[in-house]
Design a protein around this ligand. Structure first.
Ligand code: CA
Length: 236
């Protein structure tokens, strides 16, 4: 039921790109392959990936230039970038990390190493995608078994509400704007209206029953999940 992590593979050598894509598919990821920077940018504009595998040497714009560009923009800034390089020398790696890459991997690499590195960057930058169980107050969510429970009672939560709740619980007590939630839950703010978030928050509260008050509306700001339950800012 869990949505597969989307991996954008930017690699101009078809054989390598295909090998990576096949391995990702077999290991629970949803890869999209593009061969140059222009196509990569189009893809990122349309659907925000969960992680980007970016080849250093590309026709046209280099991987480093792309990484630098994505780090500059608010929308793409949180997406982990793993650089692929055929060259092993230090100055290049440093340049890649300076450009905002989270990690780099030198070609040729083993599938296991690649998968481990992808999971590691996801764990650091987007833990809700790879971590399994989280508890806030009396509410527990287990992504591995797809279960939500409150004070030991299991709750029925729909797939989108589940993902929304998972994100809110992983980043509890913090206020998230509708825009942030759209990017992080739906992964794409281009085609979905912000009020969609409100609809799913409403459904989530219905599913949570007694725990509904843990999902707070913060006026003019967004939503927050809190262990405190109902608060001071009572509905007017
Ligand atoms: Ca290349």
């Amino acid at each position: 039921m869990r949505k597969l992590p989307r991996v954008l593979v930017v690699e101009d050598e078809p054989a390598i790109a295909e090998l990576i894509a096949v391995n990702l598919r077999h290991n629970g990821f949803a890869p999209t392959v593009v061969f140059d920077g222009e196509a990569a940018q189009r893809e990122v504009d349309a659907v925000l990936p969960d992680v980007i595998l970016l080849d250093w040497m590309l026709p046209g714009q280099s991987g480093v230039a792309l990484a630098r560009q994505w780090r500059k923009h608010e929308r793409t800034k949180p997406v982990p970038i793993l650089m692929l390089t055929a060259r092993g020398d230090e100055p290049d790696k440093v340049q890649g990390l300076d450009a905002g890459a989270d990690d780099y991997i030198t070609k040729p690499f083993s599938t296991q190493e690649l998968l481990a590195r992808i999971r590691a960057v996801l764990r650091r930058r987007a833990p809700e995608i790879v971590d399994d169980a989280v508890t806030v107050g009396d509410l527990t969510l287990d992504a591995a078994t797809y279960r939500v429970s409150f004070r030991g009672h299991e709750l029925k939560v729909g797939p989108t509400e589940f993902k929304l709740l998972h994100f809110l619980m992983k980043h509890a007590e913090r206020v998230h704007t509708r825009g942030t939630l759209l990017d992080r839950i739906w992964g794409d703010h281009v085609f979905i209206e912000e009020r969609t978030v409100d609809v799913h928050v409403k459904r989530l509260r219905e599913s949570l029953g007694e725990a509904a008050a843990m999902v707070e509306t913060v006026r003019g700001a967004g939503y927050r999940l809190t262990a405190q339950g109902p608060t001071r800012s009572a509905a007017a």
